[in-house]
Design a protein around this ligand. Structure first.
Ligand code: KPL
Length: 305
């Protein structure tokens, strides 16, 4: 059973290393021949460090434009790269190829389904914390859970059960959209404040002050308007839990801003604000947070989408 992983950031390397560690065949798909040649030069390997130590895995790589078929694709790019990444390998897909999307936020999943309507596309919500120490060394800082589901309601694919049997902490979700919405709401409540105040997740309640409860109230309205009253009800508790569990972490958005990288703002606050507008909701705290973040990005010379 062969897996292809596209996206050589922290999550992509983490998945490639874990698949290989589990004894499953895995190949990285890299942008082009130059990136593949560099991968070879660096030993075609990924080092995975966690609290138990360091393991090195040999993982072959190939350029996106190669011709071999792709049976199972794990897409681990940033949300804004999803459609370009899928276009780059579309010629290698066949009718029974499965695609697993690991992106943060919402919006990129729908774009993928619109681009490849005939393909089976699974959505995932990932809570692992990982970062790159260098281009081929991934630090698995927080072991989390991957919740996977099919937006069309089809049953769990066999390969996911194989992943679980190999030790992957993967959970099948018959209804994946509320899971993604909940993660989106949590990210909207934490990530923007960490970027604005340049602080770790644990400092968000202190730095955001009364803006946090006001924002949570509006996110609850948004979740309720989108048919998820249970997710809405537990949101303050969920956000508090994530803040406590990841207190020392630097959110992905804070890391992106600090590194001068494009953020996923459009798939978090942008998506939330557009959804509020579509639902006819006026959410001034959410809008103000979005505006503040856009100002910060403009000040740093970073894209607004
Ligand atoms: O998912 C996260 C992120 O950083 O994007 C949280 C939950 C905030 C953990 O850091």
């Amino acid at each position: 059973m062969m897996f292809h992983v596209l996206g050589a950031g922290s999550l992509g390397l983490l998945w490639a290393a874990r698949l290989t560690a589990a004894g499953l065949a895995c190949r990285m798909i890299l942008r082009d021949g130059e990136a593949s040649a560099k991968w070879q030069r660096l030993g075609a390997s990924v080092s995975l460090r966690d609290s138990a130590g360091e393991q090195v895995f040999t993982i072959p790589a190939e350029p996106a434009m190669s011709s071999g078929p792709i049976d199972r694709l794990v897409l681990a790019t940033k949300a804004y790269s999803v459609t370009d990444a899928l276009r780059s390998i579309a010629h290698r897909l066949h009718p029974s190829s499965d695609i697993l999307l690991l992106q943060n936020g919402l919006g990129s999943q729908q774009a993928a389904c619109d681009l490849l309507p005939a393909q089976r596309i699974l959505f995932a919500s990932v809570t692992d914390g990982a970062w790159l120490a260098d281009s081929q060394t991934v630090i698995w800082a927080g072991k989390g859970l991957t919740r996977v589901g099919d937006p069309r309601g089809l049953p769990e694919p066999d390969w996911l059960a194989s992943l679980r049997a190999s030790g992957f902490t993967c959970q099948w979700e018959p209804d994946i959209l509320p899971v993604l919405w909940e993660k989106l709401a949590v990210n909207c409540a934490i990530n923007p404040f960490t970027a604005l105040h340049d602080c770790a997740n644990g400092l968000v309640p202190a730095r955001a002050g009364p803006r946090l409860p006001s924002l949570l109230d509006e996110l609850q309205q948004l979740l309720t308007a989108n048919g998820m009253p249970d997710v809405a009800r537990r949101l303050p508790r969920t956000v508090q839990d994530v803040i406590e569990r990841t207190a020392a972490n630097s959110s992905s958005m804070r890391q992106d801003v600090a590194a001068g990288r494009r953020t996923e703002i459009d798939y978090l606050l942008g998506f939330a604000c557009r959804s509020a507008c579509e639902a006819g909701l006026s959410l001034p705290h959410l809008e103000a947070l979005y505006a503040d973040l856009l100002s910060l990005l403009a000040f740093r010379g970073l894209p607004s989408r």
